[in-house]
Design a protein around this ligand. Structure first.
Ligand code: SF4
Length: 451
């Protein structure tokens, strides 16, 4: 959808923050503490708020966590911290309704409320009434990996299915005369993610709807790859005027997500310019020269300047030149270096133009995570780095992990109690494996499959 020139969205109010309506792009993140651990969760919220989070999400897996959420909110407010809190609720409309009475926003996938669509609609309408009464915002969050059988039977597991699913719930919002809602259509695959949001923006425009969009590349992983992948996908949309709030999902300390999200908000709010100083086009390849104040800034500028063109196949490659300043203020030259070539490959992989290494899908972790996700993910990456082109998922919980890992070839999914289930595509092939053995067993299975 290349003709789309941006959308003017409604204002959605979540506490003292307004999303959409031309307001600055809101930067948000999510706690990875157990919500029931009120001390740890409150401390992390304070740290994330001080790092610049404008909205903070916490998982609410059980009704008992709603009480903890209320305590966290009260402790923050007593310290004068008024950052809006978002309850992340899966499957249970009762928990969503209880949370909507105490926090500023609730994130749900209403399609998962009930297998029977009519019943799911009824539960969603009840939730909308509670949100209306309490002035609570909603996020209808439909991820590529969790669309549900009804929709995927009709449309496949496609961007079109994501758009169609979202439009069903937005139509119901309109029928309920409720517009305090934002929508997200996240995917780990940047092509799927960009296409889904573009289709939705176009569909909403045709129907005269203007719900703000929450952007994110889900399960983006960590390190350079997670940053480049997130920046490429999110910037492709922000550069077209699509998107009102962003969350950069990294399998790291959530505080690390905020500078990346802030960069995107500032850049597309016209408060930050790229460090690109020259670009020369030679056929379908561009040579780009940067003079960048830091390595992270270079990566983000590079991903934003050329990610969309690669995703849309307007170009086939970018040669990276110029320099950045390292942590000691020394100039690091890029021309013809292994680092330049590595960053070029990373952007090509992020935009799915070249698979020079395995494709990793890793959730950021949340209060449902039952093990040291970041450490395990880094170890899986270290031991599988030779499996070029294979899609390997590392997911924090057995409740959402299997659904969310979408099109992974292999999945390492934490069960809790130091046990892991290994998946081949969507099928669990080894259950209840002790964590200490799980990576070995995964590699054995991959090798056996290869033979
Ligand atoms: S898959 Fe990861 S981020 Fe999603 S609910 Fe489970 S632990 Fe949390």
């Amino acid at each position: 959808m290349k003709n789309f020139t941006g959308m003017k969205t409604n204002e959605v109010k979540a506490g003292n923050v307004i999303i959409g309506g031309g307001h600055p792009i809101v930067v948000q993140t999510m706690c990875n503490t157990h919500t029931a651990d009120v001390d740890a969760s409150t401390a992390q919220c304070i740290r994330l708020y001080e790092a610049g989070a404008e909205m903070i999400r916490l998982t609410v897996p059980a009704m008992s966590d709603v009480k903890a959420l209320g305590e966290i909110r009260d402790r923050l407010r007593s310290k004068g911290i008024d950052v809006p809190l978002v309850a992340d609720v899966h499957f249970s409309s009762e928990i969503a309704i209880a949370a909507a009475e105490i926090v500023e926003k609730v994130r749900i996938n209403p399609g998962n409320f009930h297998r029977d669509f009519t019943k799911a609609c009824g539960q969603f309408s009840k939730l909308v009434e509670v949100c209306r009464k309490h002035g609570t915002a909603l996020r209808i969050g439909l991820n590529h990996g969790s669309l549900g059988e009804r929709i995927t039977t009709l449309y496949g597991n496609t961007p079109l299915a994501m758009k169609e699913a979202a439009m069903e719930w937005l139509d119901l919002c309109i029928r309920n005369d409720f517009t305090n809602a934002v929508v997200s259509l996240k995917a780990s695959n940047t092509i799927v993610m960009v296409e889904a949001y573009r289709l939705l923006a176009e569909a909403m425009e045709k129907k005269g709807m203007a719900f703000p969009l929450h952007l994110g590349v889900t399960e983006a992983g960590n390190g350079d790859s997670g940053r480049i992948k997130s920046a490429a996908g999110i910037s492709a949309l922000l550069s077209e005027g699509i998107g009102d709030t962003v969350r950069v999902s990294l399998t790291e300390d959530p505080a690390n997500e905020i500078p990346v999200a802030r960069y995107l908000s500032d850049r597309y709010g016209n408060r930050l310019k790229t460090s690109l100083i020259e670009s020369v086009t030679d056929g379908r390849k561009i040579t780009a020269t940067y003079d960048s104040p830091s390595r992270e800034r270079l990566m983000l500028d590079f991903a934003c300047d050329f990610g969309r063109m690669l995703l849309d196949r307007e170009i086939d490659g970018v040669e990276l030149k110029g320099s950045y300043l390292d942590g000691n203020g020394r100039k690091v030259l890029l021309d013809g270096t292994a680092e330049a070539s590595y960053l070029e490959d990373e952007l090509l992989q992020a935009t799915r133009r070249k698979f020079y290494k395995p494709e990793y899908v890793a959730c950021p972790g949340c209060g449902r995570t039952m093990y040291n996700l970041e450490e395990t993910f880094n170890e899986v990456k270290r031991r599988t780095s030779h499996l070029k082109g294979m899609v390997i998922a590392v997911m924090g919980c057995i409740v959402n992990g299997p659904g969310e890992m979408a099109d992974a070839d292999w999945g390492y999914v934490g069960e809790g109690n130091r046990k892991v289930t290994i998946y081949r595509k969507k099928t669990p092939v080894l259950r209840h494996i002790p964590e200490s053995e799980a990576i070995d067993r995964l590699l054995e299975l991959i090798e056996a499959q290869g033979k």
